[in-house]
Design a protein around this ligand. Sequence first.
Ligand code: SF4
Length: 69
Amino acid sequence: MAIDIAINREVCMGSGNCSFWAPATFDLDDDGVAIVIDATGDPEDKVILAAQGCPTQAISVSLDGEKIV
Ligand code: SF4
């Protein structure tokens, strides 16, 4: 299944929730803004949890082109 993860860097507040839930997928860059380090680093359910747990809804996740979060 093809996973597509997008982060709206204008909206990210650098809380780090995403890298807590899916540490092999998300990290914070030197500006304290989230980046995707490996879209397939964690199981999809963890990535979806991370996206749903983002306090500013900065993360979008699509599976095979279908928007999940
Ligand atoms: S959970 Fe959302 S606001 Fe927090 S670092 Fe990740 S993308 Fe940014």
